[in-house]
Design a protein around this ligand. Structure first.
Ligand code: NAP
Length: 297
C-alpha cells in the first residue's frame, strides 16, 4: 500500500478547506516549537513546512535554546494559546529532560491541539467523538480504510499499547465495530493472536517483530514502527516492525516503511490544522461575532 496515494486524497480536501478559511479571513497558522538541539527534529520540521506550504498553511518554526526553563516554555505555550492568529501548536520531540513533555502537551489549548495528544483529545476518542485525533493513530486507521475490508466485525490485533499510538488505534477501531485484541510485551504468544487476525497494526519499535509465518493469509498489515538499522554497507536504513519480505508473501495488504503510514501522518496533522482553525473560527464568532481584524500571515 502506498501512503502517498492515501495522502494525496486527504491533502486535496485539506487544501480546499484551507482556501475557504483563508478567504473567510481566518487563515490557518501552525506554530512549531522545538527546544534544545535542532538536529533530531530538523528533518520532520522541514517536511512539515514543505507540506504546509503546499497546502497554503502558514508555518512558523520557533526554536528555544536548551537552557529554556519549564516555566518559560509553559509561558510560551500560554502566549500562543491566547493569540487568535495562531490556530495550531505543534511541539517537536524530543524536549530536554528538565521539561516534562506531558505537561507541555497538556498546556496547549485543546482547540489548538493539532497533534491530538492533549488528554482531552485522547479522552474524546473514548467518548466516540473524534474532534482532533492523534495523528499517527488516525493515519494508521486511514490506511486500513483504504483496503476494501469492512471494519464491522473485523478481527483486528493491535501490537503495542502506547497512549498516543496503540491505545487510540484500538478505541478508533472499536468505535467502527471491529473486534479488537491488544498485545504488548507481556502477551504470552503473539503468533496465536496474529494468526486469526484479518488486520494487524504494529507499533512497537522492534524491527522484524512480525514475520510472514505469524500471519493469516490475506491479512492487512499496517506497520507503524520506525527503526534505523545497519544497512550492512557502513550506513543505516529505515525499516518498520514487520519483516517486509516475508510479510508480503502472505499479507493481502502491507504498508511499507518508509512511504506507508508516515506520509499519511503528516496529512492528518494538516487536516487537524484546518479542522482546528475552523473550530476556533466558530468559537470566536459565537463569542465575539464576525472578526473585524485581518490576521497578518
Ligand atoms: P512506545 O511508547 O515505546 O510504545 C511501544 C509499545 O510496544 C508499548 O506499548 C510496549 O508495551 C509494546 N511492546 C514492547 N515490546 C513488545 C513486544 N515484544 N511485543 C509486543 N509489544 C511490545 O512507542 P510508540 O510511541 O507507540 O511508537 C511505536 C513505534 O511507532 C516506534 O517505532 C515509533 O518510532 C513509531 N512511530 C511512528 C510514527 C509514524 O508517524 N509512522 C509516529 C509515532 C511513532 P509495554 O508498555 O507493555 O512494554
Amino acid at each position: 500500500m502506498d501512503g502517498r496515494i492515501v495522502s494525496a486524497r486527504i491533502r486535496e480536501k485539506v487544501g480546499q478547506k484551507v482556501a475557504g478559511l483563508t478567504a473567510a479571513n481566518w487563515p490557518p497558522r501552525l506554530v512549531s516549537i522545538a527546544v534544545g538541539a535542532a538536529e533530531p527534529a530538523a528533518l520532520y520540521i522541514r517536511n512539515q513546512k514543505r507540506v504546509a506550504d503546499k497546502l497554503g498553511i502558514a508555518f512558523e518554526d520557533r526554536h528555544y535554546p536548551e537552557g529554556t526553563t519549564r516555566e518559560e516554555m509553559l509561558a510560551a505555550v500560554q502566549a500562543l494559546n491566547a493569540d487568535p492568529r495562531v490556530t495550531g501548536i505543534l511541539i517537536q520531540r524530543p524536549v530536554p529532560g528538565h521539561i516534562p513533555m506531558k505537561e507541555l502537551q497538556a498546556a496547549v489549548h485543546p482547540l489548538k491541539d493539532v497533534e491530538g495528544m492533549h488528554p482531552a483529545s485522547i479522552g474524546n476518542i473514548v467518548y466516540n467523538d473524534l474532534i482532533l485525533g492523534p495523528c499517527t493513530a488516525v493515519a494508521a486507521v486511514e490506511m486500513l480504510r483504504a483496503t476494501d475490508l469492512a471494519l464491522e466485525g473485523l478481527e483486528v490485533v493491535v501490537v503495542g499499547h502506547s497512549e498516543i499510538v496503540g491505545k487510540p488505534i484500538a478505541f478508533l477501531l472499536m468505535s467502527e465495530g471491529a473486534t479488537v485484541t491488544v498485545c504488548h510485551h507481556m502477551t504470552r504468544d503473539l503468533s496465536v493472536h496474529l494468526r486469526r487476525a484479518d488486520a494487524v497494526f504494529v507499533a512497537v519499535g522492534k524491527p522484524g517483530l512480525i514475520d510472514g509465518s505469524m500471519l493469516k493469509p490475506g491479512a492487512a498489515v499496517i506497520d507503524i514502527g520506525i527503526n534505523q538499522i545497519d544497512d550492512g554497507a557502513g550506513g543505516t536504513r529505515v525499516v518498520g516492525d514487520a519483516d517486509y519480505a516475508s510479510c508480503r508473501e502472505v499479507a493481502g495488504w502491507l504498508t511499507p516503511v518508509p512511504g506507508g503510514v508516515g506520509p499519511v501522518t503528516v496529512s492528518i496533522l494538516m487536516r487537524n490544522v484546518a479542522k482546528a482553525a475552523e473550530l476556533q473560527k466558530r468559537h470566536y464568532e459565537k463569542q465575539y461575532g464576525t472578526p473585524t481584524f485581518v490576521p497578518d500571515v
